[in-house]
Design a protein around this ligand. Structure first.
Ligand code: ADP
Ligand code: TYD
Length: 226
């Protein structure tokens, strides 16, 4: 029995290596959509399957990127929309070169809590900092031309997300104080991306936590093991 299990695990590793140069999974959606909850569940599931997995968040994941994060989220700091865009990009470039690329090279499954799609949605649609075509160019540079294998867009309506955030008891950060209309534009941004990119999987985030996890796991397991 133990031997059989070992064989299955080894076969799965083999399949993973054959099918993929790397496995990069991203989660997107407005604040309070349920990303962090789903990422933890997916991580636990992958660990159970004996796959090497690392979760990183954006902005963050390195000392420098975490320092940039604390500036970006500080409600007392004022900055222009273009400065904000540049800071998110700087934090990303550092995270990708220092952590994501080396991990992927080691065949570790990387789960990112947000990636450059958030920049299109928040800085592009939300803030209107630069035209989307310009933001795409910047994303290519800061993302070191990396493309996720699959992107889960946990979609909830803005009222539900804001209620969930409010009941967490944590005060709003610099991005969250932008308000309802801003979040409607950000959600439109993710909806637009989901209509354009094949790697996007939109999931109704108003469903139960377990139901969402089942849908995420179905996609991830079929992607990894086909
Ligand atoms: P995010 O990381 O997208 O901001 P979280 O995963 O931290 O969202 O969830 C925000 C809050 O909503 C948490 O209190 C969490 O327990 C709750 N939550 C997450 N997913 C669901 C869900 N599907 N149904 C009900 N509550 C949820
Ligand atoms: P996150 O850690 O996901 O916040 P939360 O746990 O509250 O959902 O993201 C931090 C904030 O930064 C969030 O409001 C989204 C915003 N953000 C951007 O505006 N642009 C970006 O490119 C990224 C990655 C995040």
């Amino acid at each position: 029995m133990r031997y059989k299990q070992l064989c299955i695990i080894r076969l799965r590793f083999f399949a993973l290596k054959i099918n993929f140069a790397y496995v990069l999974i991203t989660f997107e959606g407005i604040d309070g959509c349920g990303k962090t909850t789903q990422i933890k569940m997916l991580q636990q599931r992958l660990v159970k399957e004996k796959l090497p997995v690392e979760v990183l968040r954006e902005p963050g994941g390195t000392d420098l990127s975490e320092m940039i994060r604390s500036i970006l989220l500080n409600p007392d700091v004022h900055m222009s929309p273009v400065t904000e865009l540049m800071l998110f990009s700087a934090a990303r470039s550092e995270l990708v070169s220092a952590r994501v690329l080396p991990l992927l090279k080691e065949r570790v499954v990387v789960i990112l809590d947000r990636f450059y799609d958030s920049t299109v949605a928040y800085q592009g649609f939300g803030r209107g900092s630069l035209p989307i075509s310009e933001i795409n160019k910047l994303n290519e540079i800061a993302g070191h031309q990396l493309e996720p294998d699959i992107t889960f867009f946990i979609d909830v309506d803005v009222d539900l997300a804001l209620n969930r955030r409010a009941s967490s008891g944590r005060g709003p950060d610099r991005i969250e104080i932008a308000g309802q209309a801003f979040y409607e534009r950000v959600r439109d941004g993710f909806t637009y991306l989901a209509s354009q990119k094949e790697r996007f999987v939109r999931i109704d985030g108003a469903q139960s936590i377990d139901k969402i996890h089942q849908q995420v796991w179905m996609k991830v397991s079929s992607m990894i093991w086909q």
